[in-house]
Ligand binder design. Structure first.
Ligand code: NAD
Length: 440
């Protein structure tokens, strides 16, 4: 595969968006070069190598980072992932996109991302708990309700957020803060988590998709009913997307996870597939009802109306984009499409809803959770949050679309929804920094 890495792509796209803005602005209104430079790369990187006692009594060293892309709107916000492949490069790209996601979605945060290099499949629950708690301790100068607020991402969930919350409160000692529950989002309801957070990322994506369909912006599709859907990654986000889309009468014909995929032209019942996955030793969808297998790395090319990447980055590349047969790609994963793949998809007329617009529902509901914790609000119901989320996702999509129309006109060539969203974010944050000034 010759496609660029995620971080290189992130910087290339950033540079392209800056150029587009400067081309469209008069010479006296150019973006300030110093502020552009500030936003191009992360502002702070926190690194830790730390020892953990394994069940065998041996000590093993682990490594992790927390990257804060921009400190211009506190706190920073973003997920924490666990994977053998986590790297500073990957987290730097993810943290930058968290900034652009927060800005376009209208939350008060800028972006961060964290990760620890480890394979959760080879760790006991007790070992995982010690890794997370020790990492939370190592990052105790960073994490805090008003400084940096982690949330779930790949291979972390409510349980891991509870461990971080617990570690954080243990360390507060004589320094209590507002409501320590606000140190993480996506935590269990017992400590101030919101039920809606579990499906928020997928639900936000469905709201955006429905809005695009309602506006008749996608050739040949104007409703979800009867449409075929394939989903790469049957984790928290992929499963929720499958369930929500099935409720809208879409047909989920293929899903996959790290072990492989399954195919059913009649459509799958996501709840039954999840039950099967949880009950099997390999924790996989493979083998469900002896259905036909789909190659894990070829689900992108299964004919369907809507393809949803919901696993890791670099799923759609120059190697497979030409074979994609979907009409819509709804990016719920972060960074699934390389630059060349995006061009190939555009040439084929595939409508791509970019990650930081499509999956912003997670951070939007995290914002509601954080806000509710800080104001000690336990009254607001999920229905109220669901309506707020719907409105906020529609606005997010509108901002990207309006910017796309405006800049395509100004530049006299069509720009992608991804570039448009980035332009919106860069202009907003650039102007915000300009107005508040540079310390000292
Ligand atoms: P998760 O750990 O719950 O699920 C990830 C799933 O992907 C697992 O089922 C895993 O088996 C599968 N997977 C891994 N490699 C695969 C491969 N090569 N092919 C197919 N499946 C593969 O993670 P999640 O929280 O559902 O996150 C999924 C994606 O969504 C990530 O890119 C994440 O950054 C993004 N995202 C998550 C949230 C959130 O709220 N959790 C918010 C925004 C974006």
């Amino acid at each position: 595969m010759n496609d660029e890495t995620y971080l290189v792509r992130t910087i290339l796209l950033f540079d392209r968006a800056v150029n587009t803005i400067n081309c469209a602005r008069g010479s006296r209104e150019q973006l300030k070069a110093g502020i552009v430079d500030m936003l191009r790369k992360p502002q702070r990187v926190h690194h830790a190598r730390f020892p953990v006692k394994m069940d065998s009594d041996e000590v093993r060293m682990f490594e992790g980072w927390r990257v804060q892309h921009s400190l211009d709107k506190a706190p920073t916000k973003g997920g924490l992932r666990l994977s053998p492949d986590v790297s500073l490069e990957e987290l730097s790209a993810l943290a930058a996109w968290m900034t652009w996601k927060n800005v376009i979605a209208g939350t008060p945060f800028t972006g961060a991302k964290g990760g620890v290099v480890c394979d959760t499949k080879k760790l006991s629950e007790a070992e995982l708990s010690r890794i997370i708690r020790r990492f939370a301790y190592e990052m105790s100068h960073v994490f805090g309700p008003l400084s940096d607020v982690p949330s779930p991402d790949m291979y972390t969930g409510a349980r891991e957020m509870a461990w971080i919350y617990d570690t954080f409160t243990m360390m507060l000692a004589k320094n209590p803060v507002a409501n320590p529950q606000a140190v993480v989002t996506g935590k269990p309801a017992a400590f101030g988590g919101l039920e809606l957070r579990k499906e928020a990322t997928a639900l936000g994506g469905v709201y955006v998709l429905e809005e695009a369909l309602r506006r008749k912006e996608i050739r040949g599709i104007d409703s979800l009913s009867g449409k075929t859907v394939t989903i790469q990654g049957f984790g928290k986000v992929g499963y929720a997307a499958a369930r929500l889309l099935r409720e809208q009468n879409a047909r989920i014909i293929a899903v996959s996870d790290s072990k492989g995929g399954i195919y059913s032209p009649e459509g799958l019942d996501p709840v039954a597939v999840l039950e099967y996955k949880r009950a099997t030793q390999g924790n996989s969808v493979v083998g469900y009802q002896n259905l036909a297998a789909v190659n894990r790395d070829a689900i992108q090319t299964v004919p369907c109306d809507i393809f949803i990447p919901a696993a890791s980055q670099d799923s759609l590349t120059s190697a497979n984009a030409e074979q994609v047969q979907a009409k819509i790609v709804l990016e719920l994963a972060n960074g699934p499409t390389t630059l060349e793949a995006e061009e190939l998809l555009a040439a084929k007329g595939v409508f791509v809803i970019p990650d930081f617009v499509a999956n912003a529902g997670g951070v939007v509901v995290s914002y509601y959770e954080w806000q509710a914790n800080l104001s000690y609000d336990r009254e607001t119901t999920d229905d109220v949050y669901r309506n707020r989320l719907r409105q906020q996702m529609i606005q997010t999509y509108e901002r990207a679309r309006e910017t796309q129309v405006k800049y395509s006109k100004l530049c006299k060539h069509s720009i992608s929804l991804r570039e448009a969203g980035l332009i919106f974010g860069i202009e907003e944050l650039h102007d915000h920094i300009l107005e508040r000034g540079i310390f000292p």
